[in-house]
Design a protein around this ligand. Structure first.
Ligand SMILES: Cc1cc2nc3c(=O)[nH]c(=O)nc-3n(C[C@H](O)[C@H](O)[C@H](O)COP(=O)(O)OP(=O)(O)OC[C@H]3O[C@@H](n4cnc5c(N)ncnc54)[C@H](O)[C@@H]3O)c2cc1C
Length: 582
């Protein structure tokens, strides 16, 4: 293969050191790109430990009772504020520090158990679930993951108890999707005891109500002119902390306080650095993995709420002498809603379990989960809206609010386009490297043959036969067999795309999108199959039709995405876009 296009080389080098520096186990999603089905990561369908189940069974009824009594999503939306009694109550119930270790006052919940809690909140009020997410999933996450023992002891207890709130501040005017372009500067003092922060952040959830913010700022790399991003713990009482707009007026999740703020010669002690100096982007990416996992849980909760509402209306509302649910076009919407909700729950559960089981690298699965569930939820909210017809438009029903609330999901914590591209490129990197070994060996045999031989065997092995997809319930044989074949076709399509387009693939986002879509569907199907198998083993048959529908339709979507790699209107699309952009 030719070397990388020059304009990409720096970006590639940076991404390599950020994303691939550690030796890691091959995860499920990366395995798909090698044509493998690494069953152990998805099968058997993960379950909570007995201890966690018992704890969750104790927490959930208490939480539901509290939410029934105290949470008023309509008032939260109308007044654009989450009342203090809701925040206090969530703190009292342990929700604001649920996954933190007991030694810091947390409940030590697994991601799987925590996901169930967020699903419950997400099914009721998106403002509240985003608030919890910003505080717990991302706000205190950098401390939990990267804090020193001393930092954890000092900062965590009040945050975990909900006596203090947290925020995570990465986005700036010049650093949105391009998170590496952070312009906030942190200059070390001559004696090295502190840093002076200058810059502006915007769209930061909880910033105006938080007592602790994790802030990303650019620090000099010693011995040169280069800079790198570093994470700092910041408190609003630091002189120079300037709140420009505490609650930016907005479309949805109106109860959350989204702020624009600035730092003006703000003095931050050196001991407030979180994680290694210059490794802030690594900190941010790790933190966002958790946020994306809880996005899956919250979206699943909201999807379940829609399914309930849609079913209710389709049964009750009569037109043309029949209930709406008797019309096929309404049935189709409800069936797909149910199928996607089933898949969303399964994907969320499996992804959370990967974190709980200690897989080091789950960034592909969390990105897939975030894109898949948020796109599915948008469709589900829209379809529920449609089934309600004109009544959905009015504020006495929750649907117009749910529609407004759901829109942020496709943008926040990584716009879905950016993550789609990320999924394809990170996934294809592994097989791409193997193909490069083979290419190098053909052109420069000396020194490359050994590695090329093993890469060639791996590529050839994956191309020769479909991977085995295990199952326990006999009735799932044809589904498992078809999934294996789809992974095989996918792997061949990935290799063919890499061989045909080589480094140009970095610019070919239409191709990336098809590869990413197919891979997300494969992951979703694997999770659905695993869940369905577990249910059948437990004698449950109530989801048979729903799971089967998902697997049939998903297979068709995968086939379409792969076929369009070869037959498409990409050139026409580009030409029309360029004409329109002129
Ligand atoms: C309500 C709300 C709450 C938020 N909370 C937080 C928070 O707590 N902390 C925080 O740090 N940030 C937060 N954000 C910021 C959020 O993460 C960013 O809005 C998001 O990352 C996108 O950045 P941007 O808005 O600058 O859009 P841009 O980067 O300008 O992108 C705009 C659009 O361009 C497209 N696009 C961009 N790059 C590409 C590409 N490479 N390929 C294809 N298409 C592309 C996408 O469609 C994208 O939606 C919040 C935002 C909102 C709206």
């Amino acid at each position: 293969m030719t070397s990388a296009l020059p304009r990409h080389q720096k970006a590639i080098d940076d991404a390599e050191s950020l994303l691939f520096s550690d030796q890691q186990h091959l995860g499920f999603a990366k395995g798909l790109f090698f044509g493998r089905f690494i069953a152990d990561w998805v099968m058997p369908y993960p379950t909570l430990s007995t201890a966690q189940r018992t704890e969750l069974d104790a927490v959930l009824p208490e939480l539901r009772e509290f939410l029934d009594d105290t949470l008023d999503p309509v008032a939260i939306d109308r007044h654009a504020d989450i009342p203090p009694e809701v925040i206090e109550g969530l703190g009292r119930l342990g929700v604001l520090g649920m996954t933190a270790p007991a030694e810091f006052g947390g409940r030590g919940f697994s991601q799987m158990a925590y996901g169930c809690v967020l699903e419950e909140i997400g099914s009721r009020c998106a403002s509240t679930s985003v608030f919890v997410n910003a505080h717990h999933s991302v706000g205190i996450r950098a401390l939990l993951l990267f804090g020193t023992e001393e930092q954890k002891r000092r900062w965590l207890p009040p945050l975990v108890a909900g006596q203090q709130l947290a925020a995570f501040a990465l986005t700036e005017p010049e650093a949105g999707s391009d998170a590496a372009n952070v312009q906030t500067r942190a200059e070390p003092s001559a004696d090295g005891t502190h840093y002076l922060l200058n810059g502006e952040k915007r769209y930061i959830t909880n910033a105006a109500i938080a007592q602790v913010l994790t802030v990303m700022a650019r620090t000099p790399i010693p011995g040169g002119n280069e800079t790198a991003v570093t994470a700092f713990l910041v408190t609003p009482d630091m002189p120079g902390f300037t709140m420009i707009e505490p609650r930016m007026e907005k479309l949805g999740i109106r109860g959350t306080a989204t702020a624009r703020l600035a730092f003006r010669n703000m003095r931050v002690p050196r001991e407030n650095i979180l994680g290694p100096t210059g490794k802030g982007l690594k900190v941010a990416l790790s933190v966002l993995d958790f946020g994306r996992t809880t996005f899956g849980a919250c979206s699943t909760g909201a999807a379940k709420a829609c399914l309930r509402l849609a079913g209710l209306h389709a049964r009750r509302r009569r037109q043309f002498g029949r209930s709406l649910g008797e019309f096929e076009l309404v049935k189709g919407k409800i069936a797909r809603m149910a199928a996607h909700t089933y898949a969303m729950e399964a994907m969320t559960r499996v992804t959370a379990s990967l974190i709980d089981r200690g897989l080091e690298d789950y960034m592909l699965e969390t990105a897939m989960l975030k894109v898949f569930t948020t796109e599915a939820l948008w469709q589900i909210v829209n379809d529920t809206f449609q089934i309600y017809g004109g009544s959905a438009y009015f504020t006495d029903l929750p649907l117009e609010r749910m529609l407004r609330d759901a829109r942020i999901n496709q943008i926040g914590e990584g716009a879905n386009e950016v993550l789609t591209s990320f999924i394809a490129l990170v996934g294809m990197r592994g097989p791409g490297m193997q193909l490069k070994e083979i290419w190098d060996a053909i052109h420069h045999p000396a020194g490359h043959l050994r590695r090329a031989w093993s890469a060639g065997l791996d590529r050839a092995g994956a191309a020769l036969h479909a991977p085995e997809v295990p199952f326990r319930s006999e009735s799932l044989q044809s589904h498992a067999h078809r999934l294996g074949k789809l992974i095989w076709y996918f792997n061949i399509a990935v290799d063919r795309t890499l061989i045909q387009h080589r480094e140009e693939i970095l610019d070919r986002q239409f191709l990336q999108e098809r590869i990413a879509k197919a891979s997300m569907e494969l992951f979703a199907s694997a999770c659905v199959l695993s869940r369905w198998d577990a249910e059948l083993q437990a004698g449950l048959k109530e989801h048979d039709a729903t799971a089967a529908l998902f697997l049939h339709e998903s297979a068709r979507r995968i086939g379409r995405a792969l076929a369009e790699l070869r037959e498409n209107d990409d050139d026409a699309l580009v030409a029309a876009a360029e004409a329109a952009l002129r």
